[in-house]
Design a protein around this ligand. Structure first.
Ligand code: PNS
Length: 161
């Protein structure tokens, strides 16, 4: 069994994330999509909402399991018996942060390998932060996030008005 973990904040999940998940599922028997607390970010959505958004968007995908975890990523990787962490890379600007995380995780647990997947060119500009900004300002996000995420973004706008 080849098991991978695709961790992130997913605040909210975007079409770019879904593309990486689908491509990772072609390489692994099981992909755990883990909503993990990023201590340096203040999320707009609760962990529960972020898990629900992912579960709704990924409904029917058999090799994919969505969970949340509060702790060290390598602990979660060990718990689900994964051998790889999958991360998406969009641009050179992602590199420093990703390089630091990959090396830190390998220092914490030398068994864990991080695999980087290049974003599809259609999503290279896309980020959860931009999606939230567009939604807050009343713009259209239909082509940026899964259809089911739309209602959560409308709630975000209402909540902040
Ligand atoms: O989508 P993000 O915010 O870039 O994901 C970052 C995340 C959640 C994967 C990262 O912050 C993380 O691994 N957090 C768990 C805490 C941890 O293990 N820190 C040490 C690894 S660098």
């Amino acid at each position: 069994m080849k098991i991978a973990v695709y961790p992130g904040s997913f605040d909210p999940v975007t079409d770019g994330h879904i593309d990486i998940i689908d491509r990772a599922a072609k390489m692994f028997d099981t992909v755990y999509v883990a909503v993990i607390v990023n201590p340096s970010k203040l999320p707009a959505f609760s962990i529960e909402d972020r898990v629900s958004m992912l579960r709704e968007a990924l409904k029917g995908r058999k090799k994919i399991i969505v969970e949340s975890f509060d702790g060290l990523l390598v602990e979660y990787v060990d718990r689900v018996k994964a051998t790889a962490i999958v991360r998406g890379l969009r641009a050179v600007s992602d590199f420093d942060y990703e390089f630091q995380m990959a090396l830190t995780n390998r220092k914490l647990d030398p068994k864990v390998e991080t695999i980087f997947m290049m974003t599809d060119y259609r999503y290279s500009y896309l980020s959860s932060s931009l999606v939230k900004e567009i939604a807050r300002l009343g713009g259209k996000v239909g082509e940026l996030v899964p259809r089911t995420v739309g209602k959560y973004l409308s709630k975000l706008k209402e909540r902040e008005e």
